[in-house]
Structure formats: C-alpha cells, structure tokens
Write a protein that binds this ligand. Sequence first.
Ligand SMILES: C[S@@+](CC[C@H](N)C(=O)[O-])C[C@H]1O[C@@H](n2cnc3c(N)ncnc32)[C@H](O)[C@@H]1O
Length: 262
Amino acid sequence: MNLTDLEKINTGFGNMADEYDSMQDTNIPVKKMRKKFYKTVESFVKPPASLLELNCGTGIDAFYFANAGYNVTATDISDKMLMNARSKGTLKNLSFEKLNLTELNKAAGKYDLVISNLGGLNCLNDLSKLSRNVSELLNPKGFFIVSVMPQFCLWEFALIFKGEFKRALRRLKRDGVIANMGGEKIFVRYYSPKKFYNYFKNNFHLRKTTGLCIFAPPQPASHWYQKHPSITKFLDSIDDKIESFFFSSFIGDYYIAVLQKV
Ligand SMILES: C[S@@+](CC[C@H](N)C(=O)[O-])C[C@H]1O[C@@H](n2cnc3c(N)ncnc32)[C@H](O)[C@@H]1O
C-alpha cells in the first residue's frame, strides 16, 4: 500500500465520517450484524480483557466494548473518523490511536483480543503480514475476531436478474476491485472464508464462522424491512438457524470468523 492509497483511504473514509453514525443507526441489517458480532465476541472473551480494535471508524464498537468493561485501544487510519470517535467522550478504559493495518508491528502492548468489524480488512490486498503481526500482538491463546465480506453474496448476485451485471459479479474478481468510498477510488478485495483462513492457518485455529445476511436483506436492501416485514422476519429466522453452517459464510453479505492463536 503506497502513500497515495493511504491518502485516498484517509480522505475517502474521512468524507463519510460525519454521516457514518446516522447511516448506521437507521440501517437494520447493520444493527443486526453488530449485535451478532458483539454476542460472538462476548461468548469467547469476557471483560475486563484487553482489546485492540483495528479499523474502528467512528468508535461505535469501541464505546460498546469499553462500556461493557473491556480495556479498549481502538485504532484507524482516518484522521476524521478518529476525530469523530474522540469527540464522543472519554472513558478511562478507552483510548484511540492512529494505526495503519499494514503497520501493526508499530502497535505497542499485548492483547487478549484483537477485533476488526465490518470489512476494514477487505481494504487489504494481502493478509500475510497482518496475520503475523496480529499473532505477535496477542497473548497466548488470544483471539482474533473479525467480520469480513466474502467473495460471493447471494443478494448481490441476484442483481443479475435486474441487469446489473457489474455489481452482481464484482466480488468474484480475484484481484479485487476499485470502489467509490466518499468520492475516492479505494481498493477492495473479497475473501472467501477458505481464502481468508489460508492466511492465518499457521498462527491460528479457526474456532467458528457465522454467516451474516445470508437470505435476509443486506445493508443496501435495508428498505425491505419496512416494505416487507413478514418476509424479512421469515428470512431472518432462516438465517438464525443456518448461520453457523460453514457454507453460510460463503454466501452472505459478511461472515464473522473467530480465530484463536495456536
Ligand atoms: C467500513 S468502515 C468500518 C468501521 C468500523 N469498524 C465499524 O464497524 O463501524 C472501514 C474503516 O476501515 C478503515 N481503514 C481502511 N483501511 C485502513 C488501513 N489500511 N488502516 C487502518 N484503517 C483502515 C477506514 O478508515 C474505515 O474507518
């Protein structure tokens, strides 16, 4: 990742920072995904564990986990995202730092848990260095819990029937795509759970995967929850039943992966 790419990430995500929380607050699929992420984290690691958050954005999860009693160091590359996060208040067990995902070797300390939520890792082209760095940052048997966008999403693929071929097929591009984020062209690569775990298998055990928004509508289709409440309720209930099947993580909008340091 060169300087220009970093500047684009800083500017692009920075341009989205002021609207970020209100967009998240009104989006039902995002709220459901966060709830499942929190439940997963809390079932594997209890407070007052030390937690390093990668790509924390405006600090929504950082405040959640700090309020739940974890000792949180939350990091991001975007100055504006960090500025907005810090402006939300101070907690004695929460701090924010600027940190690039590709330079995690610069992070200080050891942690019981490292997290990355909602696709920050999809901004990376290669996860080998990240795998080594996260392992070094973790205490023995520590956890790395992430949510990542897979290489195939049923809902997105269905756009083919609306003639939106480019959007329907973009995730399948092996070398990633360029996406518009806050007016900047930013690299995004989609990782199937298998491809993702290949980067981590030398340092981690895969303890669990959970598919998110498998049959239930993903973020861009949030309006379905208002338009078709009984259908979405039914689809949600199917998701709840099948989310832990390994295949579910290959076809949803995101998946949660729980990795434990060997
Ligand atoms: C979609 S947002 C997710 C934010 C947050 N995790 C959440 O759940 O709301 C992605 C975040 O990843 C950050 N990011 C992207 N590339 C990064 C990098 N190389 N180093 C650190 N943060 C990065 C962006 O600045 C942005 O805040």
